[in-house]
Design a protein around this ligand. Sequence first.
Ligand code: ATP
Ligand code: MG
Length: 653
Amino acid sequence: MDMSSAIHATVSAGSKGDVLSSYAETYDRSIREPELFWADQIGRIYWQVPPAVVLDASHPPFRRWFVGGLTNLCYNAVDRHVTDRGDQLALVAISTETNTTREITYRELHDEVNRFAAILTHLEVGKGDRVIIYMPNVAEAAFAMLACARIGAIHSVVFGGFAAHNLAVRIDDAEPKLLITADAGMRGGKVIPYKPLVDKAIEESMAPPRNVLVVSRGLDPDLAWMPGRDHDYWAMRDRLADARVPVEWLESNEPSYLLYTSGTTGRPKGVQRDVGGYAVALALSMETVFDIAPGQVMFSTSDVGWAVGHSYNVYGPLLLGATSLLYEGLPICPDAGIWWSLCAKYGVRTMFSSPTAIRVLKKSDPDFIHRHDLSQLKYLFLAGEPLDEPTAEWIAQALGKPVIDNYWQTETGWPAITLQPGLEMRPVKFGSPGFPNLGYKMKVVDEHTGQRVKPGQKGVLVFELPLPPGFMTTIWRDDKRYITSYFQHFRECVYSSLDWAIQDEGGYTFILGRTDDVINVAGHRLGTREIEESVAECSDVAEAAVIGVPDEIKGQVPVVFATLRGATAEQGARTNAANAMRQSVENRLGALARPARVYIVNALPKTRSGKLLRRSLQALVMEKDPGDLSTLDDPNSLEEVRGALRRGPDAGS
Ligand code: ATP
Ligand code: MG
């Protein structure tokens, strides 16, 4: 479709898009007339050269949005706002670990990003080169990302919680020209050196970067430098203080960044994102989903190393000219009120966090919330894993604000299923993230036939082509793996999310867990998520993980590991709690699903991103090698599980 006339009309009218009305109408249009719908959104960002073609879908499952358009993420996120918003805060980086707060205006951000880009250029990084960013959640991580975007280098942020081996695997895949790191991060008051991990990863790697840029925070007195390879960020920044680096205009479909999936289910995939489609999708969602206008404040508690951090700590808010809060530290330090005090101080309008974080807060008194003036706060969005009803209800009640579940994948880049209060606030239904986002042609299909299932029936969540802007474009250097991983599960070529879902009569979608998290009890397939939900119904349960273990008669039986709210009680109370959990599952899902054994522990094995490591748990129960645990959040959790297995179950046998 040749769009020059439509585009011209939108851009010259100076509108940020068409006038969006109700959700149903807007969604319907985005599905029926995707090219017209997205053509209307083009004016939300600045184009050096407007796109010639809105959508090229000639090579499915691939698609190219806004073909021929030249733009730049950094220009849109930074330069564009300097004239009108130079003195407005762009980024506030708060660390309760180092007790520092840095308030950075758009003008200052522009200076920092230019300096950083000059450093990159100096280290011979150019368009198309990969740069790995392995940093704590500090302002320099965002500067580094934006600087890469400015010069057309492809960044790949690796979450700082990953161990040397995880980093080495990603280095080998991305083959970066440069690696950017810090001397150390901090967690719970403890200094965690990063640089030694980088040294180890580079030693292990087959494709080591030529240069390493080190942002020393003065945290590690033993910081070691390798002459010739390692470069001191602060010294270079001083030398290049007044540098200005021109923006590299990129064709809309050139890669902007790679982000590896968590690897919960296997070898991580290098999710590749484009430039123009991503920018347009984010700009749209800032208004429709997150209900943020330029100048308003968004606080995402994510780390920049996750997809949410990329989209809603860095690019989304900045593309819009909003203010973004970046947080390093625990949600309960110095006390469980810290996030709410930041909301009050900066007048946060939209907050974005994860169910895991809320479960941590749930262990504290809600008075920590009530103490702060939250009159400006409108919504709390939560994403990353299933939001169980008890947690959702607890926080909704404590806050007195809508709590909006948000279904995402690293692959999607922006919410795929969500409510859209910026468009039309539909009622929250606990347990459901709501409705498909604009442009997501969603359906729930039978796992065998690929046919759409009836409302209320469980199936696999899939998205039909064309995938919307913002969605991944391919797996880095592996188009084939992209196709086999996601598009070959059904006869029809659709994107499979590999998650189970149910859509109810009212159109609300419920996510039931991953298609590989299924246990087969006496020929019946049960999702671990369903059982976990039932266990969590018990008021004293903080969190539960359910796995299937082999059983001679039934094939598999469910086994529960659960943490309790508050301090773990004495044995009698533990037995009661464990029995209540079994009963709760039986009441909700039937005797078949009744857990064979319940173990109460003080911690569950999880990744740093809060995802339960059910596979490791299962391996421990089966006395097998729990696998690569370098992403483990709390090393004590393994001992907890081993101890519980030695002691025997708190209920069942
Ligand atoms: P890998 O794909 O490498 O195994 P991963 O799937 O854990 O890693 P992510 O992309 O970070 O990596 O996680 C996306 C997954 O998280 C989804 O597929 C889904 O299973 C889960 N998830 C995210 N948000 C929600 C939500 N709101 N409700 C239920 N599940 C969610
Ligand atoms: Mg996944």
